[in-house]
Design a protein around this ligand. Structure first.
Ligand SMILES: Nc1ncnc2c1ncn2[C@@H]1O[C@H](COP(=O)(O)OP(=O)(O)OP(=O)(O)O)[C@@H](O)[C@H]1O
Length: 627
């Protein structure tokens, strides 16, 4: 889909609103034709060349009437404009967000969160502006056609000599304005470099001092500031020069009309009324030229914004942006997909189906991959989870996991282990749908899971990532995440996650604010907070990625023991290389280079797997070294 199609789809989605808006703004822009003619007849009356049928008061009443009518239409125009703008921006944001939420977690956005926020805000705003300015352009073109006809019929020569140069000047200035965008972008980029250099300096004070690099860093900062000064001066100079062209173009045009009209009036071929009409229409024609230019600029910006919004879809078709969807206003129309307000189970089914579609579309593999005909029953408790041939390779490195099979039965404790980079995290993330599997099959009680990303959430499963994310909020809110603390579930989860002593030592206990990303907690506390967040939720399958990176051996041992005491029938899938986990495991899977090297119990693996022996004895060596 190109920008024109995109533009057209946005018009045709709500044609009634667009054309109502177009009509309103055509009337608004064409209405000034009338006061110009009334004014002309007034001056012609003063000159004695025209007889007013209703006298001076009649003229005054007409002028007031025309002004009031225009005010009324402008109010309608604002309503139609706001209604249309809001609808298209809501649709674009809704569709983009809905797609992002359906993407596997690790692939949700292709840019940094800051850039994504600016995509959602600025790119949608640019599209909205282009759509809105298009109706003004039609209105002003209508005004120009009619006013040109009137002016040419009064004096074709004067019309030509005044309006043509004026339109040329304003058009040239407008073209230059789009050039200014380049200078504006350069000055913004230079400002961003200066700002990030300041932030780097603040965050690396120690490193700079240790390396004795103060003078070099200051010189670099000076260079960046100097580059910024130069781009800013260019940007400001051109912007101000152009703005003075726009502001003065009407004055220049008026001067030109006065000079030329003076000659003609002396010859008696031009009346004072004609002069007033020329001057009156001049402002509007100048406005038209600059508005057409504005529309062109916004249209170009929209093309760039459209490209960026498409990039957010990561290869999914662009029609998703303008796909019919209910945005929460008025009645749902035929073909509009259900929003978040829909019934939970239906919404979930929608999400599963769309996720299947987008995964298949993205991989270009409609029939293969995880896409499935039947989805698992959402209410059925886990008896057995089976994974067959699961494969995911990172496009950047070609590494990942290849053809993994595994089987978890109810209440079992399975540990995935292996050397650094062997594919443990990738296996968990591909299984949970946080990475889009290239091929493979996941079956929950024998039924295929259509969209793992939507399925593997509580009450089916809960997950603690290797590097968990906390919010800048209270510790309690970070664990509960909106869940009511019923029947002491929170204290049980804190105990199971070996957090109870830490909470007791914190000045405000569970009400302690943890700071952005939990910076006020230690790495181990962050990881155990995330484990408590997982354990406070009822789930049939608990999935832990490696906790050992921030937990000492003893704390991790306690955590596994407590988990064994209290987990009841829950099934666990755990990445770990600690003995506390390995020795409790019903089944261990040893990964090497993304494939299963060996599997079995700890005893069996000690006998057959060299990698396993190294992992097992590695901990002993660590303990000896630290002891
Ligand atoms: N985002 C990524 N992009 C490209 N390659 C990646 C990415 N993440 C991991 N890999 C590669 O995929 C392979 C498996 O990585 P993975 O993180 O699954 O290993 P792991 O066994 O969990 O390692 P660790 O013990 O360090 O957590 C590694 O070779 C790694 O270099």
């Amino acid at each position: 889909m190109n920008t024109r199609h995109f533009f057209w789809r946005l018009i045709s989605y709500w044609p009634v609103f667009y054309f109502a808006n177009l009509l309103a703004w055509m009337i608004i822009h064409m209405m000034p034709l009338l006061p110009g003619l009334i004014q002309k007849s007034f001056f012609d009356y003063l000159e004695g060349s025209y007889n007013l049928p209703y006298g001076v008061w009649g003229i005054a009443a007409l002028l007031v009437g025309a002004a009031l009518a225009r005010i009324a239409v402008i109010i309608c125009g604002f309503w139609t404009d706001a209604s249309y703008r809001f609808r298209i921006s809501a649709l674009l944001r809704r569709n983009m967000l809905s797609h992002v939420l359906k993407e596997p977690g690790a692939k949700a956005i292709p840019v940094s969160p800051g850039e994504a926020i600016s995509n959602f805000r600025d790119d949608v705003d640019h599209t909205e502006e282009a759509m809105s300015w298009s109706v003004d352009t039609f209105g002003l073109v209508g005004f120009t056609v009619v006013s040109s006809y009137i002016l040419i019929s009064i004096d074709a020569q004067l019309t030509f000599f005044v309006f043509v140069p004026l339109i040329l000047v304003v058009t040239a200035a407008q073209i230059a304005t789009s050039r200014v965008q380049k200078y504006r972008a350069a000055s913004r980029a230079a400002t961003a470099k200066v700002t990030s250099s300041i932030s780097e300096m603040f965050s690396n004070v120690q490193a700079i001092q240790v390396a004795g690099a103060e003078a070099r860093i200051v010189r670099r900062f000076e260079r960046l500031s100097d580059a910024r000064r130069q781009t800013m001066v260019k940007d400001k100079l051109i912007t101000e020069a152009l703005s003075s062209v726009f502001t003065n173009s009407v004055n220049l045009g008026t001067g030109l009309i006065l000079v030329l009209a003076g000659y003609k009036m002396r010859g008696g071929t031009f009346s004072v009324g004609d002069l007033s009409l020329f001057i009156y229409y001049l402002t509007f024609v100048t406005q038209l030229t600059s508005n057409v230019g504005n529309f062109m600029t916004y249209y170009k910006q929209m093309a760039i914004s459209f490209g960026r919004m498409k990039a957010m879809l990561q290869g999914a078709p662009a029609w998703i942006l303008t796909a019919p969807a209910y945005i929460g206003i008025g009645k749902r129309r035929d073909g509009e997909s259900r929003g978040e307000g829909g019934r939970r189970d239906e919404g979930r089914r929608d999400a599963e189906q769309s996720a299947v579609r987008t995964t298949a579309e993205r991989t270009g593999n409609g029939a293969g991959g995880i896409a499935a005909e039947a989805s698992a029953d959402v209410t059925e408790p886990l008896r057995e989870l089976e994974v067959r041939g699961l494969t995911y390779r990172y496009p950047e490195t070609g590494r990942g996991i290849l053809d993994i099979d595994l089987r978890l039965s109810r209440g079992s404790f399975t540990v995935v282990t292996g050397m650094i980079g062997s594919g443990k995290t990738t296996l968990l993330r591909a299984l949970l749908g946080l990475l889009p599997a290239e091929s493979g099959e996941i079956r929950w009680n024998g039924r295929q899971v259509a969209a793992p990303g939507d399925f593997f959430v509580p009450p089916h499963s809960a997950y603690t990532a290797q590097i968990p994310r906390l919010y800048s909020d209270k510790l309690r809110s970070n664990i509960l995440l909106g869940l009511p603390d019923s029947e002491g579930g929170l204290s049980q989860a804190l105990y199971a996650a070996v957090m109870e002593d830490d909470v007791a030592q914190l000045a405000h206990g569970l009400d302690t604010m943890v700071g952005p990303r939990g910076v006020k907690l230690s790495g181990g506390q962050v990881q155990r907070t995330a484990a408590a967040r997982m354990l406070v939720r009822d789930a049939q399958l608990y999935v832990f990625d490696d906790l050992s990176s921030a937990l000492d051996v003893e704390t991790e041992r306690k955590l596994w023991e407590r988990l064994f005491e209290g987990r009841g029938e829950a099934t666990c899938l755990v990445v770990s290389h600690r003995k506390a986990a390995l020795s409790h495991a019903d089944h261990i899977i040893v990964l090497k280079d993304g494939t299963i090297e060996a599997e079995g119990t700890a005893e069996e693996l000690l006998a057959v797997s060299e990698s396993f022996r190294r992992l097992w004895h590695g901990e002993e060596r660590q303990e000896t070294a630290s002891g």
